[in-house]
Design a protein around this ligand. Structure first.
Ligand SMILES: Nc1nc2c(ncn2[C@@H]2O[C@H](COP(=O)(O)OP(=O)(O)OP(=O)(O)O)[C@@H](O)[C@H]2O)c(=O)[nH]1
Ligand SMILES: [Mg+2]
Length: 456
């Protein structure tokens, strides 16, 4: 896990470096490429706001801060582990584990994944000193911590009295809004869905409909109380944080036993059974609720590091496909159509750099031409410029000398997908070509062209 984390971070950095180099790369293209083509490419790639934001997110991220409120044993610590997919927060089976509302870091090795502050719910946490001042002090503490989201955790199988906590959250939200001039996002998480009858179905894919219905009823029940009491929330979702853990050498451990393990074993705990239910959806909800861009990126880096690369690749693909469409909308001479090919070469190179490889624009170009069945190294950009529409015809049959925005967008997207399959999913080239050809058949809009020359 730790290793994966740092490798992936490196790969993302790699891609960013390539992006930063893009301007030089374009400047160093052969002289046969006209100045205005270079300028257009630069403007499209470096001036794209979404792309810039994506690149900025690579290193401007910070751990998201969560304030959790929920009774002892509702699964606050387990939820953090479920979100991170690793054992980072101490879970307790017997006694109350989280002693006070004190912020702490959840770490994976040296990496800080999240900052958490939790409290056992107002009724429990103030039971020792149930005074107005104690409540106000807690609110001050939370405001100082300045959470990105407050997560209100409830139990799917109990019908606890939650009114006091709802009132507390209302008070907290109002003081937070006064101090920060923004609303405090609140997400309600109804945990332990797996325990809803019949509890023997622990694997979410095997939950019978009757269980899912009961879970939903519980959500509606809680939602009713929350709405009735006037607390504004962003979302409410039922989840299960249920995970069984084992050591790296395959020994099952209960949550009670984990404490007794040496730290190294704890750091290397693996999932033995993954009973997580709708945690992915919860991540989406949290991502939407977080207002701060850096914290949003931080959540992704914490919880979805393995996914981040694929996500980034898909985002790159969408951005470049859109850019291709806008290029096609700009009236450009036929011989300039190969600008699309250059743009796609940059896209392929970026995707390749995400896989940890450094490939030149030439290699990327060969990859693209290879998809269209144009083989043989050594096609110069000049040659492509001269043969522009003919080559494009091989990539997107029926294009002729005219490229519509639809074809350009779909074509770039098909090439991006092929690069993802080849460089990131490590499929072999033959397989990739097959997918590319099928994709082409489906996506090439028939009405876009009037000179429908040969398809296969
Ligand atoms: N079946 C099931 N058990 C859960 C789930 N989430 C947590 N648990 C169990 O509930 C117990 C308490 O979980 P914790 O995560 O320690 O709860 P907590 O809210 O952090 O508790 P405190 O720190 O004491 O406030 C542990 O035995 C967990 O394994 C879940 O979704 N399903
Ligand atoms: Mg806890």
């Amino acid at each position: 896990m730790k290793k994966d984390g740092s490798v992936i971070e490196k790969r993302l950095q790699n891609m960013k470096k390539f992006y930063l180099k893009a301007s030089d790369l374009i400047d160093n293209l052969p002289d046969s490429i006209p100045e205005k083509t270079r300028a257009l490419l630069k403007e499209k790639i470096l001036g794209d706001k979404d792309l810039k934001k994506l690149m900025e997110g690579i290193d401007s991220h910070r751990p998201p801060r969560f304030f959790l409120i929920g009774r002892t044993g509702v699964g606050k610590s387990s939820l953090i582990n479920a979100l991170c997919g690793s054992y980072v927060a101490k879970v307790s089976d017997t006694k109350s584990c989280t002693e006070q509302a004190k912020p702490y870091y959840c770490k994976d090795g040296d990496r800080i994944l999240m900052e958490i502050m939790d409290t056992r719910g107002i009724a429990e946490s103030l039971s020792v000193d149930n005074t107005k001042t104690a409540e106000d002090m807690l609110i001050d503490q939370i405001n100082e911590f300045s959470p990105d989201v407050a997560i209100f955790m409830l139990n799917c199988t109990h019908r606890d009295d939650i009114v006091e906590d709802v009132e507390f959250l209302k008070k907290l939200a109002s003081s937070y809004a006064k101090i920060n001039n923004v609303r405090l996002p609140i997400v309600v998480v109804v945990n332990k869905s797996d325990e809803m009858a019949p509890p023997r179905f622990k694997l979410p894919t095997e939950y019978p409909q009757s269980k899912i219905n009961k879970i939903q009823e519980q959500v509606q029940y809680y939602k009713g109380i929350i709405v009735k009491n006037g607390l504004k929330i962003d979302n409410i979702i039922a989840v299960s944080s249920y995970i069984d853990w084992m050591t790296a050498d395959g020994m099952s451990v209960t949550v009670e036993d984990i404490d007794k393990l040496p730290q190294e074993d704890i750091d290397n705990l693996q999932m033995e059974f993954d009973g997580r239910y709708r945690i992915e959806e919860l991540l989406n909800i949290l991502e939407m609720a977080i207002q701060d861009f850096e914290a949003q990126a931080g959540l992704r880096m914490a919880a979805r590091l393995n996914e981040v690369v694929n996500r980034v690749a898909k985002q790159l693909n969408t951005i470049f496909s859109t850019i291709s469409g806008t290029i096609a909308l700009t009236p450009i001479p036929v011989s300039d159509i190969y600008i699309l090919l250059l743009l796609q070469a940059v896209l392929v190179s970026l995707i390749a750099s995400l896989s940890g490889r450094d490939i030149s624009l030439d290699t990327a170009k060969e990859f693209i031409l290879g998809l269209g069945g144009i083989v043989g190294a050594g096609y110069t950009f000049k040659f492509i410029a001269q043969q522009g529409s003919k080559l494009l015809n091989a990539l997107w049959p029926g294009v002729g000398s005219f490229i519509s925005a639809g074809i350009a967008t779909a074509g770039t997207s098909a090439i991006g997908n092929s690069a993802i399959l080849y460089y990131l999913d490590e499929k072999n080239l033959e397989e990739v070509k097959k997918v590319f050809r099928n994709n082409q058949k489906e996506k090439t809009p028939e009405k876009e062209t009037d000179n429908s020359s040969t398809t296969e």
